[in-house]
Ligand binder design. Structure first.
Ligand code: DX5
Ligand code: ZN
Length: 230
């Protein structure tokens, strides 16, 4: 089956002094989404950017902003990001006391909603909310920092979630994107795609390149080649 494939460059590795220029460059290169990593120094041991920065980059691009919340609690910030122009909002289920309610609140605010699973987080959080999800994000590193190495146990986990999404859709369920985040590079994106991901976060491989547009094109071309040669 061929499915749409998307790259979501993570601005965590961008030059924060030139964010507007950086996001325009990746949009011009053809990027499908902007991945926006929110860390609160509580749920994860790092502190990044909030809704004000989301609102500041919003006028610079038209592509969707994919907000990955690494925060606890979730609900108040999720709604602030919806107001700041986010299009997709994902959160970690163990950071919310009421997963069903958080997912519904994100959708009610006009955004696509999703759950994020750390490498060690079990998939049973999916059990009763499949119909509330637009996206499932599997972490292939422990969250908190860019530039880490891909954890191989993410591959069988991706296959398990791909199977679950396919069964859900075969029974008439809504489409759900399968996103992967952490350590995605030119040399492993082919096998990650083969495991079932359709949306690939890439931070250091895009913004660590001398020219982010070129970094994006390099990884997207490799993904297209891998998908074409299946
Ligand atoms: C890690 C973040 C990732 C990170 C990915 O907590 O969620 O989105 O920016 O960066 P790379 O692609 O460098 O692993
Ligand atoms: Zn992320």
């Amino acid at each position: 089956m061929t499915r749409p494939l998307r790259i979501a460059p993570s601005i965590l590795s961008a030059d924060f002094a030139r964010l507007g220029e950086e996001v325009r460059a990746i949009q011009d290169a053809g990027a499908d989404l902007i991945h926006f990593d929110v860390m609160d120094n509580h749920y994860v041991p790092n502190l990044t950017i909030g809704p004000m920065v989301c609102a500041a980059i919003r006028p610079h691009v038209t592509i969707p902003i994919d907000v990955h919340l690494m925060v606890a609690p979730v609900d108040r910030l999720a709604l602030d990001f919806a107001k700041a122009g986010a299009n997709l909002i994902t959160f970690h289920p163990e950071a919310s006391s009421h997963i069903d309610r958080s997912l519904q609140a994100i959708r009610d605010a006009g955004c696509k909603a999703g759950l994020v699973f750390n490498p060690g987080t079990p998939l049973h959080f999916l059990d009763h909310v499949m119909d509330r999800l637009d996206i499932i994000l599997l972490m292939s590193v422990n969250p908190g920092f860019g530039g880490q190495s891909f954890i191989p146990s993410a591959l069988p986990k991706l296959r398990a979630v791909r199977d679950r999404i396919d069964r859900h859709m075969a029974q008439g369920g809504q489409p759900i994107w399968l996103e992967v985040d952490g350590g995605v590079k030119v040399d492993n994106i082919g096998e990650i795609a083969a495991a079932g991901a359709d949306t690939f976060v890439s931070g250091s491989a895009v913004f660590g390149a001398p020219d982010p547009g070129g970094g994006y094109r390099g990884i997207m071309n490799r993904l297209r080649d891998a998908a074409g040669s299946k």
